[in-house]
Ligand binder design. Structure first.
Ligand code: NAD
Length: 365
């Protein structure tokens, strides 16, 4: 049976890393029927379309319930907010799952890093509730604050709202605990700043503690976000599953990527009840666009998450083993070469090296 998957190569390095990934995926023997769609600012510039996210893309993902996506550039200085945020909100992809696993052969300061971040994707300061300086919205909020708190917000301020709901917190924390149980993880760390934001982060923590009671076999820990940043860079091996709000999760994901060798190797998935979009943590890396030197690993490992979720665990295992063999033999793109002497492979050469290994790894009956 062929899996029908929406494929969005995206902007910048997106098409190169996606082509490499599709090649490797097809070499596993699993059959895909790709529904390919262009989106993003490069697509707008090429076609003259006025939107970076055509409705047909959203409809395709809703139909197929599964998508593999490259990065999309966020247009600066136009009316568009982030295309990625818009897609997550449109499809209610409430959980951003980012595994941070250090593979052998990748240059890193650490020996063992293996934790997973669950980032809430739809709320918080990323909900898009912003008021521009001197707008009517700012005026209304200023008046409200003055009336309720007897405090003044400085003139000339812009304001962002931070909604955190009970239901939004419940579903992300539950997803993290369910993942922990299903993947034999031992501990979930709730990351927050409830000491300062008593109502929003306080609610997130309170709901998290309540949900944790349904999972007595999993250890619960809670940590303040600044402390978490420090702990991550001195003893990352103490983390197992992290669950947190949108903004903290965004920042912690990049710290996690740094711990495992950089953005070029950090995969991810955005999960909702109706669809899952697999995509790397990194952006469109404009400086590498068109050079064929971008690392396809983050996209490949996102695709490996997709294979596992589809139940194609043996294909995922073979692909991961082939990747590990290439990493050990330094058959990799330049970003993973620490000695600055070897030049490294191009994106497609790296993919072909993985395919060569893959073809020698027998499938399990
Ligand atoms: P970026 O992730 O594109 O790049 C950050 C750094 O990592 C750069 O030095 C880049 O060259 C390097 N890098 C990233 N991916 C790499 C890869 N595969 N191989 C080798 N090196 C890699 O972040 P940025 O420069 O802040 O963002 C560029 C654009 O991408 C922005 O418009 C941003 O909004 C967008 N973005 C999109 C997504 C997404 O689609 N999910 C995520 C993050 C950023």
């Amino acid at each position: 049976m062929a899996y029908r998957v929406t494929l969005i190569p995206g902007d910048g390095i997106g098409p190169e890393i996606t082509e490499a990934t599709v090649r490797v995926l097809e070499a596993t023997g699993v059959v895909f029927e790709w529904e390919r769609y262009d989106a993003g600012v490069d697509y707008m510039a090429r076609t003259g379309d006025t939107t970076p996210l055509p409705q047909a893309v959203i409809d395709s993902i809703k139909r197929n319930k599964i998508a593999l996506k490259g990065p999309l550039t966020t247009p600066i200085g136009t009316g568009f907010r982030s295309v990625n945020v818009a897609m997550r909100q449109e499809l209610d992809l409430f959980a951003c799952v980012r595994p941070c696993k250090l593979y052998p052969g990748i240059p890193s300061r650490f020996d063992k890093v293996d934790f997973v971040i669950f980032r809430e994707n739809t709320e918080d300061t990323y909900a898009g509730l912003e008021f521009e300086k001197e707008s009517e919205g700012v005026q209304v909020v200023r008046e409200l604050v003055e009336r309720l708190y007897n405090k003044k917000i400085k003139a000339g301020s812009a304001i962002t709202l931070k909604p955190i709901s009970e239901s939004g917190s419940e579903r992300i924390v539950r997803a993290a605990f369910e993942y922990a149980v299903a993947n034999n993880r031992k501990k979930v760390t709730i990351v927050h700043k409830a000491n300062i934001m008593k109502f929003t982060d306080g609610l997130f923590l309170e709901v998290g503690r309540r949900v944790a009671q349904d999972f007595p076999q999993i250890e619960l820990e809670d940590l303040i976000v600044d402390n978490t940043c420090m702990q991550l860079v001195i003893r990352p091996e103490t983390f197992d599953v992290i669950v947190t709000e949108n903004l903290y999760g965004d920042i912690l994901s990049d710290i996690g990527a740094g711990l495992i060798g950089g953005l070029g190797v950090a995969p991810g998935a955005n999960i909702g009840s109706a669809a899952t979009v697999y995509e790397p943590t990194h952006g469109s890396a404009p400086k590498y666009a068109g050079t064929n030197l971008a690392n396809p690993l983050a996209q490949l490992l996102s695709a490996s998450m997709m294979l596992k979720d589809l139940g194609e665990t043996d294909a995922a295992r073979r692909m991961e083993q082939a990747i590990i063999e290439c990493l050990r033999e330094k058959k990799v793109t330049p970003d993973l070469i620490a000695n600055h002497v070897d030049k490294g492979l191009t994106t497609i050469e790296f993919a072909d090296a993985i395919i060569e290994k893959l073809q020698r790894i027998p499938a399990r009956a």
